[in-house]
Design a protein. Structure first.
Length: 92
């Protein structure tokens, strides 16, 4: 059986490592990815539509809004809000 795994944030440090690990056994895992320009994980309707269309068996949520020390210091609520929306939308 092949399991569909959606790796959100596949271009980042954690997501790229997870993706590499899953690629070791392509007979077991089909890797689903979507760039931010293709899927805004903060948008609930788009995210749920993606899940309905692709029906992943597993979701690895390694996506996040990041910005660096100054951006995080100056806009903490914006980062928290975006990352909570990503987390809330990223479940099956």
């Amino acid at each position: 059986m092949v399991f569909k795994c959606f790796v959100a944030g596949y271009r980042g440090l954690v997501g790229s490592s997870v993706t590499s690990s899953l690629k070791v056994d392509p007979r077991k895992y089909e890797i689903l990815t979507a760039s931010h320009s293709d899927l805004d994980l903060c948008n609930r309707e788009d995210t749920f539509s993606f899940f309905a269309s692709n029906r992943p068996d597993y979701v690895v949520l390694s996506a996040a809004k990041v910005g660096g020390i100054l951006a995080n210091r100056d806009y903490p609520v914006d980062f928290l809000n975006s990352n909570l929306r990503i987390q809330s939308n990223g479940h099956l």
